[in-house]
Design a protein around this ligand. Structure first.
Ligand code: FAD
Ligand code: SF4
Length: 606
């Protein structure tokens, strides 16, 4: 095995959290190497994005190579696990820039009650409100502590949005539940026509719609480093594609160039890391990786190892890195590694059809929409409700492309979908419409640009038994066990879904749809329908080694020169997108490494 020259810090992966840490550390004078399993082709001068609806959304050109690495799932420990052989439920990204090279840009902060959800529930409703087996725990970091890092990240990437407060005064139109104190650097993106209908309907019902905050530039923006990028063209080829206009902020357009500019940051593409290696003192000595172009194995020594390879690889690498000091894997001395697997309730439970109208939904992106937070998380009264948490509710986004959208037509033919409006009018169809042949063609012709889903993104709480571990039966292309997860929706999830779907129906009725279909009950959890690439947990942060794998800086309790980034750290998954928070955490950890860790290396930071 070839031994490479030692570096101060090695990051596994070169996604956004790695890009941020590389910038912070290289700027402070440390030599940082990022080992990335994918190619380096999504940034100038190599990037050549095409508006190719087969290559990107269908063939998943920017995602992990599933022929080499996959994951297995079982609904409960007595069921057999099976590997995911084609993408469905989630889409881990691959290549320098990570998943953020093709993300959607929805840029939410978690709210104060998300960080202290256990305290909130117990104080307001009592301990008995928490379902048996639910593992509800406060984060070791509060909103107030993270707020300056949210601010810095949002200004560094040129976030777009409407603030709810300025100098302590409440402003009309922003998210009234977000206690932010700063303005956004850019105004919100222009919402589409169907989103405006959604906002009007929400106001009629007494709810408080706000334009969705976004990591996409709404206008030309010059950042504090003097770099200028153009505003969004609403081109409609956004999520799952890279942005040829560089309006969609990613690590490739923001932090990576700053890190490279220092001369102290190196990125090595096509390098798949297989283990973290511990030295005789039990601390990490570096990582082993395979160069995919030659098949050769290398050892990369480093003083600090940062796992920045998305939830799934971060947890897997800790589990497979077993040795005399770490018989159950790094971070597992108290059996906490792999606990708290959570996903996210990302669905479109209600769809409306607006006969005779056109909304131009082929344009735009996932961010030029309206949202309501009136039923988000623990923001509303749960006294009489039989569930915890809630969901953000979103209007329809643009970027409608034919292949995936055709599945919604004719209305009421989707899996478990019912034509609500026909039933309510006392005029149920004698038989359901067909999703093929002339009925489908006719629906596609007449309704492709006037059907409007409402989407939700709900909490996913952790439960005892919802875990990651190593599958004893299936292996990846490198001979290592596949990561297995055990997960199923619980009663609490089903009741939350039913309640939120009821709110979506009210909104759709107020929007005046000609026909409405709904999926009234939550489907069984599966890997075929997309639920968001927001998998979290497995290496959670906490206040002590008895309730977590890492401290609030992602520093592993039992191996203090190993750090974890990303949503693997989240004790439970709030009902909004993860990236703003994991980026803010990376800012906080970067500062802590520079200001505290390197002054007393290999010690836990308090
Ligand atoms: C289609 C899509 C849309 C999304 N939209 C949003 C959104 O609107 N808002 C939001 O907040 N979030 C969104 N996300 C999630 C967002 O992209 C992630 O939260 C974010 O990219 C996570 O950053 P990260 O640095 O933790 O990991 P990643 O960006 O996933 O980077 C991890 C990197 O590690 C590499 N890697 C993995 N294993 C290895 C290994 N063994 N060796 C070497 N390298 C390895 C991967 O190839 C990858 O490049 C979206 C994700 C997807 C897929
Ligand atoms: S919609 Fe805007 S941000 Fe998205 S790819 Fe097109 S120009 Fe870029």
């Amino acid at each position: 095995m070839a031994v490479q020259k030692k570096v101060d810090v090695v990051t596994v992966g070169a996604g956004w959290s790695a890009n941020i840490l590389a910038w912070k550390l290289a700027e402070a004078g440390y030599r940082v190497l990022s080992l990335e399993q994918g190619p380096w082709e999504w940034a100038a001068p190599n990037a050549a994005y095409k508006h190719d609806g087969l290559l990107y959304p269908v063939r998943k050109r920017m995602m992990t190579n599933i022929k080499k690495e996959s994951w297995t799932w079982r609904p409960h420990p007595r069921a057999p696990s099976l590997p995911m052989r084609q993408f469905g439920g989630f889409l881990p990204g691959q290549g320098v820039g990570g998943a953020a090279a093709h993300w959607s840009g929805m840029l939410y902060r978690f709210l104060p009650s998300d960080f202290q959800v256990r305290t909130h529930v117990v104080e307001r409703y009592g301990q008995e409100k928490i379902p048996e087996n639910m593992l509800l725990q406060d984060w070791p970091v509060t909103y107030e502590e993270l707020e300056p890092y949210y601010d810095q990240f949002e200004w560094d990437i040129g976030a777009s949005g409407l603030p709810s407060r300025e100098n302590g005064h409440v402003l009309e139109g922003g998210n009234p539940y977000e206690p932010r104190r700063t303005l956004y650097p850019n105004p919100p993106l222009t919402p589409g026509l169907s989103s405006t209908l959604f906002a009007e309907a929400c106001r009629q019902l007494g709810y408080t719609p706000f334009p969705q905050p976004s990591g996409i530039l709404s206008r030309t923006y010059t950042d504090r480093f003097g770099r200028t990028r153009s505003g969004c063209l609403y081109c409609g080829f956004c999520s799952r594609y890279g942005c040829e206009n560089d309006s969609k902020s990613t690590g490739l357009t923001t932090h990576l160039p700053l890190a490279l500019q220092t001369g102290l940051h190196e990125v090595r593409a096509h390098c798949h890391v297989t283990r973290v290696e511990a030295g005789p003192d039990g601390l990490a000595a570096g990582v082993t990786y395979v160069d995919d172009r030659t098949g050769e194995e290398h050892f990369q020594p480093a003083d600090v190892v940062i796992l920045a390879a998305y939830t799934l690889t971060n947890v897997k690498l800790l589990l497979v890195s077993q040795d005399w000091h770490h018989p159950g894997g790094i971070g597992n001395d108290r059996g906490m590694l792999g606990q708290n697997f959570t996903h996210q309730m990302w669905y479109s439970p209600v769809v409306g059809q607006f006969d005779g109208r056109r909304f131009n939904l082929y344009m735009g992106n996932t961010s030029n929409t309206y949202s309501i937070y009136d039923f988000y998380g623990m923001l509303f009264d749960h006294t009489r409700l039989d569930f915890l948490g809630g969901a953000g509710i979103y209007s329809t986004w643009g970027e409608r492309e034919p292949v995936s959208s055709a599945g919604f037509l004719p209305l009421g033919t989707g899996k478990n979908s019912q034509l609500v409006s026909a039933v309510e009018n006392g005029d149920p169809p004698s038989k359901p419409p067909r999703s093929w042949g002339w009925e489908w063609k006719e629906a596609l012709r007449s309704h492709w640009d006037n059907f409007v889903p409402i989407a939700i993104q709900g909490d996913s709480f952790a439960y005892r038994g919802h875990t990651f571990d190593l599958d004893p039966h299936f292996r990846d292309a490198y001979g290592q066990p596949l990561l297995r997860f055990t997960f199923d929706w619980q009663d609490d999830d089903r009741q939350r879904y039913r309640f939120i779907t009821g709110r979506c129906l009210e909104i759709m009725r107020a929007m005046g749809a000609s026909a409405i279909s709904a999926i009234p009950t939550l489907e069984d959890y599966n890997l075929t329908t997309y639920k968001g690439t927001h998998i979290s947990g497995g290496a959670i942060m906490g206040t002590d080694p008895g309730n977590s794998v890492t401290n609030k800086f992602g520093q592993v309790w039992d191996t203090p020169n190993v750090f974890v980034t990303g949503a693997a750290l989240y004790p439970q998954n709030p009902g909004s997108n993860p990236t703003n928070t994991l980026a803010a955490l990376a800012y906080m950890t970067g500062d802590a490494l520079v200001e505290r860790y390197f002054r007393a290396p290999n010690r836990l930071m308090g």
